[in-house]
Design a protein around this ligand. Structure first.
Ligand SMILES: [Zn+2]
Length: 295
């Protein structure tokens, strides 16, 4: 993704890595007709004719928002050296901090870390391994965690990978006294248009939050995992296999699209590949499409 400038606010992507997962596993209700419609505006070499043959390529990345001299990091990917019971994401070794360096920032420069939710691929770089212990990667930052997700993930025991991530990437931040618990009444930054605030997008996780930044009337929507793949713009009702509450997640997706389609609003989804950011447009009166910023 190229850097995006919205008035006094700029957004850069910090890439960690990407992966291809079977589409029929991730989004079981997507049909061949949905894929045909998607291909009229989205190209990916892994998208086959039928869902059973198609791969779903996802990117894992963070966004850095710079505004008024403050640096806000949104979502922190999987992290390095983390033991996970999900083999493809265990003990990874990504040049993530080097990629952060390409934006001109060092870990010490991050003022705020905001995790849209507390799944393992959104909290990983909160900590890094130093002399055998997990220490905060961004020592000068306040880390913002959603209250409802913190409550849920501090107790949940059914999904090992999220429990492991809580233990090595969230708990050490709480112990270091660097965490602030936030909800939709929390403003992250006050001095830009109407500010940067949080919107309730629960469903994918119990306390999932979306970050909305407004600058001179334009909005940037950091939608986290409300969308994993552009096909969900066509099929917002299609449940993603990792949605904690699939019915609620699909209502949330539909609501976000209704709210921001054909508006001066740029979406920054947590897992779209390539140009990543774009606008949602309503075409032919009812159909939706995503228009990437580089088109
Ligand atoms: Zn995710």
């Amino acid at each position: 993704m190229k850097d995006v400038v919205l008035g006094r606010l700029s957004v850069a992507q910090v890439y960690e890595g990407d992966a291809v997962i079977p589409l029929s596993h991730a989004l079981p209700s997507v049909t061949a007709q949905d894929l045909a419609q998607l291909k009229s505006w989205y190209w990916d070499p892994h998208l086959a004719e039928t869902p059973n043959e198609a791969g779903m390529r996802i990117s894992v990345h963070s966004f850095v928002v710079r505004v008024d001299g403050r640096n806000i990091l949104i979502d922190t990917c999987c992290g390095n050296d983390k033991q996970r019971s999900l083999p493809p994401v265990s003990m990874q070794n990504w040049p993530y901090l080097e990629n952060l360096g390409r934006t001109g920032l060092k870990p010490e420069d991050i003022d705020v870390v905001m995790c849209t939710h507390l799944h393992f691929d959104h909290v990983g770089w909160n900590t890094r391994l130093k002399n055998g212990t997990w220490v905060p990667t961004f020592p000068n930052a306040r880390y913002l965690f959603g209250k409802r997700d913190l409550e849920f993930f501090s107790k949940q025991r059914h999904e090992a990978v999220h429990r492991e991530a809580f233990d090595d990437s969230v708990a050490p931040i709480l112990d270091a006294g660097l965490a602030d618990l936030v909800d939709t009444d929390s403003l992250i930054h006050r001095e830009i248009g109407n500010g940067i605030w949080l919107q309730d997008v629960s469903g994918h996780s119990p306390g999932n939050l979306c970050v909305v930044a407004e600058c001179d009337g334009s909005r940037a929507i950091f939608s986290g995992d409300c969308f994993h793949h552009p096909v969900q713009i066509i099929r917002p009702d299609a449940a993603f296999f990792a949605d904690e509450d699939p019915a609620k997640a699909s209502v949330t997706r539909q609501r976000l699209l209704d709210q921001y389609a054909n508006q001066d609003a740029i979406f920054f989804p947590a897992h779209f590949t390539g140009a990543t950011a774009g606008r949602v447009e309503r075409v032919d009166g009812s159909k939706l499409r995503f228009r990437f910023l580089d088109e």
